[in-house]
Design a protein around this ligand. Structure first.
Ligand code: WTA
Length: 647
């Protein structure tokens, strides 16, 4: 699609498109006076005490709204109790087996209060840490909100991680209590979560209590004086627990994310700034109206689940869908069926998810009425134009704008995206468009100088923003070194980017995944995009392999689209295709046809594994690999991957 075709895309009448839109005016004025801009937004939330200072900036540590007192659960729930909104549905939950539950804001409020009291009775208090290892059931957000109500800092460990990953995170955060369930359903199988918690607790000493929700109804061990059933814990608890009036920078949660080393980083978020930022960005990007049905299928184990499944939508008083299981279970039309059934109007998904479902063709989505959709979003990785176009044509029926949202665990919320709420600009498939208001983003060279349009460089953020993390938990030195040393004074997210002649930002993947082939820099993602542009390729992963002459040479692993067979002829054709798209320097040295790629649960290709396999080296820490997988499964996956490479 050319730029001119794109600027005349016929979106639903709610959105007009105008590149000189209001959006740019607001962006410019926000940057002129960011503190006034952010404080005006913060005023839309409920504070127990006003702040003395909007921003206390001692590079690289930012404190927002200092002196202000606030509570997350109060803002997500209590605020609505005096109005009709209390009877609005907050969550429509569907189990993998088709079970259904709905919770109004009032019901959510009631359950949060009872559970907050249960936590207090079990001896946790303001300032303590607790850990979650839970399936996607309504008790998960209930317990999170309860923790925030009493000022307890929570850390969610994705329920697909192994016992040792869970133990590491419990040890690092010194969590006093763990909340889990007997089991969880995933692709028709039961994941024995409590057994994994028991195993993890053998390697930790901080945990005093474990609360266990009965979900799968399976036999489990309950350790006396330590383990408590959820349904027992809430017996005889109070209807109302006074929300703690917390300092604005009170730690809300720690979320561990993988870095370039094996040791995960504990990203620590505060309360007042974070809530202000997710509140604002949810409004700007998703433009949720009273009658919308919003669905972000991200697991709460990821930051997207924290910011745009829990806090953002609740701060907007939205009705959200919550789904327990896998998107392709029992078949790859599950999501389309649910969009039809619940009349979902806003859908926020991942490029990997889109490509995985696209592989099954158009018939499955076309069997369902997806007409309720009016806005689509993507997150987590760059989206290739072919997947964008399929999402736009087949899922959105050519009437839904797609907001491509760039952000990170560290940023707390969306940083670059179009904004239907503020005024939609013309979209370009694969570009996250522009930085949101108040976000001072630039693209710089190694020396920190701004790049001209069309030149590839490093994305940086030049001013603090309210959603930014406070630090890395227990490791402020690493915080300074990873994010603030490369470009002193600027936040360095570690991504490559380029701006086109219209000023649009294109994110090119992690700068640390960049290859250097004969002195030329190449983002692995660029080569992968070129591969998947070819009709025969469904997915691709690229890694560098040491090369005596060129420094690095390019190795490609590709999954073929249904109906294509591996052959030498196809291999040559693909080599030529990449060469013609990116130039001779990007010609792959080796192309392997494989059946699967090693990925993290959030859909990112596990670079270290691909690279190690490409260059025949050892793999190292793999705790953040593929969904629902134990370490054994991961090892098996890696072996299978190696084997499919050898075949
Ligand atoms: C990548 C996920 C291109 C990027 C919310 C970033 C993206 C990392 C996009 C953060 C996007 C996220 N386009 N790349 N729209 N969104 N990324 O912490 O490399 O799991 O640094 O946060 O994902 O991943 P994280």
């Amino acid at each position: 699609m050319s730029d001119s075709e794109l600027s005349s895309l016929p979106f639903n009448e709610r959105y007009f498109q105008d590149s000189s839109s209001n959006y740019h005016k607001i962006r410019n004025s926000a940057l002129d006076n960011p503190e006034t801009f952010w404080s005006n937004i913060a005023k839309e939330l409920s504070w127990f005490r006003d702040w003395d200072e909007v921003l206390d900036w001692k590079l690289p540590f930012a404190k927002w709204f200092t002196g202000g007192k606030i509570n997350a659960s109060f803002n997500c729930l209590d605020r609505y109790m005096g109005s009709e909104l209390k009877n609005k549905i907050a969550y429509i939950w569907e189990g993998e087996n088709g079970d259904k539950r709905t919770l109004t804001y009032l019901q959510l409020f009631e359950q949060v209060n009872h559970f907050a009291d249960a936590l207090l009775k079990l001896g946790v208090k303001k300032g303590d840490r607790i850990a979650f290892y839970m399936p996607m059931v309504p008790e998960f957000p209930i317990a999170i909100l309860a923790a925030t109500r009493i000022g307890v800092t929570f850390t969610v460990v994705f329920s697909g991680f192994s016992a040792s990953a869970l133990a590491d995170r419990i040890n690092d955060s010194q969590a006093k209590l763990v909340i889990t369930s007997d089991g969880g359903f995933r692709r028709g199988k039961i994941l024995k979560l409590k057994d994994i918690v028991d195993e993890a607790l053998d390697k930790t000493s901080s945990v005093e209590k474990v609360i266990v929700l009965k979900r799968a109804d399976i036999e489990i061990n309950m350790t006396e004086n330590r383990d408590v059933w959820w349904h027992d814990s809430i017996k005889n608890t109070r209807d109302f627990v006074e929300p703690e009036q917390l300092e604005s920078d009170h730690p809300l949660y720690i979320l561990y994310t993988s870095g370039t080393t094996g040791k995960p980083k504990g990203v620590l978020h505060g309360t007042g700034g974070y809530l202000t930022y997710v509140y604002a960005t949810t409004k700007w990007v998703f433009d949720i109206q009273n009658d919308d049905i919003y669905w972000c299928p991200a697991d709460i184990g990821w930051v997207t689940g924290h910011s745009y499944f829990i806090f953002g939508p609740l701060l907007q008083g939205a009705t959200s869908i919550m789904y327990e299981g896998a998107p392709d279970y029992p078949n790859p039309e599950r999501l389309w069926e649910m969009i039809d059934k619940y009349k979902v109007s806003i859908f926020y998904f991942t490029p990997t998810g889109i490509r995985a479902l696209m592989k099954h063709g158009d018939e499955l989505p076309k069997k369902h009425n997806l007409n309720s959709l009016r806005l689509l979003g993507t997150v987590g990785e760059p989206i290739n134009p072919a997947a964008w176009k399929w999402y736009y044509d087949v899922i959105g029926n050519k009437k839904c704008p797609i907001v491509d949202t760039w952000w990170q665990t560290e940023t707390g919320g969306i940083m670059l995206s179009a904004s239907p709420h503020l005024g939609l600009v013309s979209l370009k498939p694969g570009s996250a468009t522009f930085p949101l208001p108040g976000i001072d983003a630039d693209i710089v060279d190694e020396q920190g100088n701004s790049m001209k349009f069309g030149e590839k460089g490093f994305l940086v953020i030049k001013k603090p923003w309210p959603g930014m993390f406070l630090t890395l938990y227990n490791d402020s030195e690493r915080y300074k070194q990873v994010y603030w040393e490369k470009f002193p004074g600027y936040y360095y997210p570690g991504d490559y980017a380029i701006r086109d002649h219209d000023g649009y930002f294109w994110l090119l993947g992690r700068a640390d995944e960049v290859l250097n082939v004969a002195g030329h820099r190449l983002g692995t993602i660029e080569i992968e995009d070129a591969m998947v542009e070819h009709a025969a390729v469904a997915e691709a992963a690229v890694a560098g392999k040491p090369d005596e002459i060129k420094g690095e040479s390019i190795v490609v692993f590709a999954i073929l689209q249904k109906g294509n067979n591996p052959s030498t002829k196809l291999r040559v054709e693909l080599r030529n295709h990449v060469r013609s798209v990116l130039g001779p320097v990007a010609t792959p040295e080796e192309i392997y046809f494989v059946n699967m790629l090693p990925k993290t649960r959030s859909g990112k290709i596990m670079r270290r594994v691909v690279k190690a396999v490409a260059s025949g080296k050892d793999i190292g820490d793999v705790t953040t690999l593929e969904d629902g997988a134990s370490v054994d499964e991961i090892k098996r996956t890696i072996d299978e991957f190696r084997q499919s490479v050898e075949d």
